[in-house]
Design a protein around this ligand. Structure first.
Ligand SMILES: Nc1ncnc2c1ncn2[C@@H]1O[C@H](COP(=O)(O)OP(=O)(O)OP(=O)(O)O)[C@@H](O)[C@H]1O
Length: 324
């Protein structure tokens, strides 16, 4: 929680979350509230998925975080620092940079870097080489941009955000418009960048993407934050259950209890309705072997994993595109 005294707490900057917002609000002219009293807290080292349907306020939030648009009210802090000090340590991909099709990836990055007055000229060669290496484009550095695949183009855009040492990377829908191959490339790149210690804040309208890539997530609905936390806590309360279809209800219940499973119950009043229990840490094959070993006729056996999709659809009242 934020400290009531100092705006964002008294801890030293390095001990504060990578992103904190308090009451962050954007009301556009015409009265529409795009972002409504947002309280985010992004832990250091997280891959933080900023999830919400189109129009839920993700881009507007990111633009406020980066100082590209002024909030109507509320405040925020990046890396525990005033925005001017934080921004050189933050890489961002909001609207993809416009690259020249006839220039190489390397030449494009040099041009991009030249447009940043804060970037030290003397080190451009090394910084461009490092950024290309980080996104796996060293071998394609001299090739013209127009020959790049969609995934390579997006990796170059991320390289542009990595031209300096970054503690925080903010990416707005980095897989939007990519083919499945490009999407895989960008996802694994995000994981690699995070493994190197950079906090990544990534927006997406794709639930599956956030599930695969992120350690934490926030869920937006119509400008409001409806949930945030670790992926485990967001799916909280829903533990995997084992479900057994069998006519031998009483015996099956006895075996499941003997294995120490929790919440063991018959799934219906009729023989054959089956039984179920929370799996806990017990391996499903052990459960099945125990049932069969005790002579229970197992006609069906399934482990039902908790579905974050169910949780998120309930929170947002809308379906997510889960095929991403
Ligand atoms: N400059 C603007 N003027 C007026 N309304 C705006 C402006 N920018 C965004 N909005 C509105 O604010 C709301 C939130 O938009 P925003 O782009 O932040 O959402 P989003 O979650 O990023 O969605 P998308 O993924 O479609 O970009 C939308 O209803 C949008 O129409």
């Amino acid at each position: 929680m934020l400290d009531a005294g100092a705006p964002f707490g008294a801890a030293p900057p390095s001990a504060r979350p990578a992103i904190v917002t308090r009451g962050l609000t954007k009301r556009f002219r015409g009265g529409q509230v795009a972002v409504d009293a947002l309280d985010l807290s992004v832990p250091r080292g997280a891959v933080y998925g900023f999830l919400g349907p189109n129009g839920s306020g993700k881009t507007t939030t990111i633009r406020m975080l980066l100082g590209l648009v002024a909030p109507t009210s509320g405040e925020h802090e990046l890396l525990g620092l005033p925005l001017g000090e934080a921004l050189p340590r933050v890489g961002a991909l909001v609207e993809g940079p416009a690259f020249y099709p006839y220039l190489s990836g390397e030449a494009n990055l040099r041009r991009f870097d030249a447009a940043d007055p804060a970037a030290p000229r003397a080190t451009v060669r090394r910084r461009v080489a490092e950024a290309l290496d980080r996104v796996g484009l060293t071998a394609a550095a001299a090739k013209r941009y127009r020959t790049y695949s969609l995934g390579m183009r997006q990796r170059l855009a991320i390289a542009a955000a990595l031209l300096g040492p970054r503690e925080l990377l903010i990416l707005d829908e980095p897989t939007n418009g990519l083919d499945p191959q490009g999407t895989r490339e960008v996802r694994s790149l995000v994981k690699e960048i995070a493994a190197g210690g950079t906090t990544v804040f990534v927006s997406s309208h794709l639930l599956a993407e956030v599930e695969q890539m992120c350690t934490h997530a926030a869920v937006m609905r119509a400008g409001r934050l409806v949930a945030q936390g670790s992926m485990a806590s967001l799916g909280g309360g829903q533990v995997p259950r084992v479900r057994v279809r069998t006519p031998d209800t009483a015996d099956a219940l006895r075996v499941l209890r003997s294995l120490g499973l929790a919440d063991v119950r018959a799934d219906g009043p009729e023989p054959g309705d089956g039984v179920s229990a929370e799996l806990g840490g017990v391996a499903p094959e052990r459960v099945n072997a125990a049932l069969v070993g005790e002579g229970v006729a197992v006609r069906g056996f399934a482990v039902e994993r908790p579905s974050l999709e169910d949780v998120f659809v309930r929170l947002t009242g809308e379906g997510f595109d889960v095929d991403g």
